[in-house]
Write a protein of this length. Sequence first.
Length: 109
Amino acid sequence: MGAAETMETFFEKLNEGDRKAAVELMDERAEMRVHVLGNVRTLRGVEQVGGWFLRADTGLRMIPGEVRETGSTYEADLLVLRPGAPSQHLDATFRVEAGRITAINLAPR
């Protein structure tokens, strides 16, 4: 499964509320960087990275807009929706190797 197919499945599972199935697409050594207010937080391992998605607000939706796929890298303008919170646009980059998400970078637009 290539990067686009893996990410389509990830977003489908996440947006259906099946977060556990979405997290199962992550590599054990996955790494995620989240940029907030000039700071960067790095999460390492599927427990931390997957946990971030599992603990997210009920009703979290991530909808990819413009997508650029270059081999194992999937870049997207993500619309993030959470009940009771303003929507957000994020620049997102996902690295996929052998059908597993190995790296995620989320930054505000």
